[in-house]
Design a protein around this ligand. Structure first.
Ligand code: COA
Length: 254
């Protein structure tokens, strides 16, 4: 792998966008390598939580603008589709994905983060979809996922103006879940990652399925999917452990 790197810590698997000299800009090779890496992770039964983060001081500067110079209608379409394959791979995964936004996250980088289940940002990180400043617009699912995360009005503002927002504003509008200052960023993030990894993956996966699939369905069907999945939770052989722990010791197990 030339554009990404990885660290396997058992239940937590780290994927680094790793083109530090180019501020981790996403090129076609990076999308292909991500797709391959995420497929490998999916087969790894030990992994519960996948972290996507950037090497160096930036999360990701967006798509590699150098590649745009050679795009025509057909390969621009293919590039966008490849980006969508990666973001959909994340969304449809049985693992929980967390974007650790260690620095600025722009364009395709923010779109990658938006496909994740949770986003943790540094206070100093700036986030944005600046494509309009290049005369284009987000093509890895940003126009759709941003609306779902922050609502149509805010999505229009962010995409039409291309303005950069602070980590704090991103948290206030629901674009990121947590914001930490530089000093505590890794420690606090790690605490959260470990907390997630301690939970039963079968239930985490079902929650992910129900929220992602359910939000695309009319409420009636979404509720039905929830009930089916809720029932399935009780197929876990250790399902009573959590209840017994609470009833005996008044403590939560997970
Ligand atoms: N595509 C291609 N190359 C990029 C890039 C991108 N999206 N973003 C940064 N780079 C390259 C720069 O051209 C520079 O290359 P060079 O060293 O060969 O000249 C290198 O990465 C370092 O970038 P630089 O701008 O010098 O770093 P910085 O620390 O001053 O600023 C950013 C970092 C991320 C704030 C700034 O690079 C930036 O705003 N990038 C573009 C963001 C954008 O519009 N993304 C949307 C793409 S659709």
């Amino acid at each position: 792998m030339d554009t990404i790197s990885a660290k396997d810590e058992g239940e937590i698997f780290w994927v680094y966008l790793d083109r530090e000299k180019k501020k981790n800009a996403i090129n076609t090779q990076m999308l292909r390598e991500l797709l391959y890496q995420l497929d490998v992770i999916e087969q790894n039964e030990k992994v519960k939580v996948v972290v996507i983060t950037g090497k160096g001081d930036v999360f990701c500067a967006g798509a590699d603008i150098n590649e745009f110079l050679n795009l025509n209608v057909l390969n621009a379409y293919e590039f966008s589709k490849l980006g969508k394959l990666v973001t959909e791979r994340i969304e449809k995964s049985a693992k929980i994905y967390v974007a650790l936004i260690n620095g600025h996250a722009f364009g395709g980088g923010l779109e990658l983060a938006m496909a994740c289940d949770l986003r943790i940002s540094q206070l100093k990180s700036e986030l944005g979809l600046p494509e309009i400043k290049l005369g284009i617009f987000p093509g890895f699912g940003g126009t759709q996922r941003l609306v779902k995360l922050v609502g149509k009005g805010r999505a229009f503002d962010i995409i039409l103006t291309g303005r950069r927002i602070t980590g704090e504003e991103a948290r206030n509008i629901g674009l990121v879940n947590y914001v930490f200052g530089e000093e505590e960023f890794y420690d606090e993030s790690l605490k959260l990652l470990k907390e997630l990894a301690a939970k039963p993956i079968a239930t985490l996966s079902l929650i992910k399925r129900v929220i992602n699939d359910g939000s695309d369905l009319p409420l009636h069907y979404g509720l039905s999917v929830e009930s089916l999945a809720w029932g399935m939770t009780f197929s876990r052989s250790d399902i009573n452990d959590g209840f017994e722990e609470f009833l005996k010791r008044k403590k939560y197990k997970y």
